[in-house]
Design a protein around this ligand. Structure first.
Ligand SMILES: [Zn+2]
Length: 490
């Protein structure tokens, strides 16, 4: 039985490719796709309180139902992702969607869920079509549990850490399960892409009031390649949110409709997942922090600043020889309190050089051989490793723009000449300088190397907005300064 399913899925995969290629010139639509599916919704018959969040400068609207924040109908966002832990309303996040380490997703199926074949078929489909591995959980800490729900279907976005539920209603078919797993590996709805207005028109007059936000575009979305009408992540033209069910909500620009499907990942979905799989994740076992990582040339870098914080000091305290850890603008000594600040959650920790080095000896080698403050399997890059990075990106005058986060949510305007094509996503975390004063948040970011300069100094790289936005700069600074750390894989 399993083998038949697998070959059917293989067939549909190749059929999709063939149809996609054949029809590319006239239309990108597969005429044979299944049309009669129910749009995924966590609570189909319930209307909740509409709440707007600001995340990294982007508006994000959720519906609060049963204490859950539902985004786009069927995506559950955690309080942490929304930055509303404790009293931190609207705090920015390092990254809303985390990938699964080693591209391996662990799962278990709750015994109360009927027709488990819907789940196993969906998982088999994903295993065949993507680089992701799906393995039944034994004792892994981070995993998906598929569970029956009387109301609807929903999933968290990306890996959230710990157990995360994918809720499956009786009406859901294998394709709906694939769609929900799509959310758990970080995909959002195709029709909410940032560039969607170049491809579709949404008739908001024909959407029931409480569901309008399900059709808002996500200005923070990562648009990969072309808009894809075949994506399993797109809503059909009509559907349950329409006031007049005979009229479409979504049309193409010329007013015609398209056929949406819930059968299989499209060629475009598969390409996007392959892109996501090319990058990775690491978990710091010391504190459970999860970081995205990126491969650039032959190097694999953390795509976020290190946030390991064993102790914290006010910026007035400093030393060239003793370890000090700082959080920008935080002047207390309470680690838990410091971790709740917006600056910690966005920019991580500022380390003096002894802390970054974990008191190991300076190195000019490539690789440095200095683990320093980095997690196991990772190390603090030497000056030579930074140079390898900037050489690979075409030299210091242009490498900065390829490493910096785009836009002005964090960087002050104009932040010109910036593409972030590496996904390194460098942020302006500011710094703690030698007299205990903190500077330059939103304007500059500084990163330590493992290589000392003069007796009191060590080499750094920094990025700014004031000079050429696309350049990266190299200089020595006093070891008592507090700078960011990016670790590199051993
Ligand atoms: Zn969905």
């Amino acid at each position: 039985m399993k083998i038949i399913t697998k070959s059917l899925l293989f067939l549909s995969f190749f059929a999709l490719i063939l149809i996609g290629c054949e029809k590319e010139k006239e239309s990108n639509i597969d005429e044979n796709l299944e049309l009669d599916f129910v749009v995924e919704s966590a609570y189909p018959n319930t209307t909740g309180e509409v709440v707007e969040f600001q995340l990294n400068g982007h508006s994000l609207i959720c519906e609060k139902i049963n204490g859950e924040f539902i985004y786009q109908g069927d995506i559950v966002l955690t309080y942490e992702q929304l930055g509303i832990d404790n009293n931190l309303k609207g705090a920015a996040l390092k990254s809303i969607s985390k990938r699964w380490p080693n591209n391996t997703v662990y799962y278990q199926i709750n015994s109360g869920l009927s027709e488990k074949g819907r789940i196993t078929d969906a998982i088999e489909h994903l295993g065949v079509k993507t680089l992701l591995k799906f393995e039944e959980r034994s004792d892994q800490e981070n995993y998906i549990e598929f569970i029956w729900d009387e109301n609807g279907c929903s999933s968290y976005l990306g890996m959230i850490g710990g157990k995360q539920l994918i809720k499956i209603a009786d009406w859901a078919k294998t394709g709906n399960v694939v769609h929900e797993i799509g959310h758990a590996i970080g995909l959002i709805h195709e029709h909410s892409r940032n560039d969607r207005d170049d491809f579709i028109i949404i008739d908001f007059d024909n959407i029931i009031e409480s569901a309008k936000h399900n059709y808002y575009k996500n200005s923070a979305a990562f648009d990969y390649e072309e808009f894809d009408f075949n994506s399993i992540m797109i809503y059909p033209p009509g559907g349950g949110f329409a006031i007049d069910s005979k009229k479409p909500i979504i049309t193409k620009l010329d007013g015609s409709t398209y056929k949406a499907q819930r059968k299989a990942f499209s060629v475009g979905d598969v390409a996007l997942i392959a892109h996501l799989c090319g990058n990775g994740t690491l978990i710091d076992s010391r504190d459970g922090n999860i970081y995205n990582s990126v491969k650039i040339g032959d190097q694999t870098w953390m795509a976020e600043n290190l946030a390991y914080l064993p102790s914290v000091s006010p910026s007035a305290k400093g030393s060239e020889t003793k370890t000090y850890y700082y959080v920008f603008d935080y002047q207390g000594t309470n680690v838990s309190e410091a971790k709740l600040t917006r600056n910690y959650q966005t920019y991580g920790v500022l380390y003096n050089w002894p802390a970054a080095m974990n008191s190991e000896a300076s190195s000019t080698s490539n690789p440095s051989g200095v683990q320093g403050v980095c997690p196991t399997g990772w190390h603090l890059p030497s000056d030579a490793e930074w140079t390898e990075l900037t050489d690979f990106l075409g030299g210091e005058s242009v490498a900065g723009g390829k490493l910096k986060e785009t836009g002005t949510a964090h960087w002050f305007t104009p932040n010109e000449g910036v593409t972030n094509e590496t996904d390194f996503s460098a942020l302006p975390g500011g710094y703690r300088y030698i007299y205990g004063i903190s500077y330059s948040i939103n304007q500059q970011g500084f990163w330590w190397s493992a290589s000392k300069g003069n007796p009191d100094d060590a080499w750094t790289r920094y990025l700014g907005t004031e000079e050429s936005s696309s350049a990266i700069f190299k200089d020595v600074f006093n070891k008592s300064a507090g700078f960011s750390v990016r670790c590199i894989k051993d």
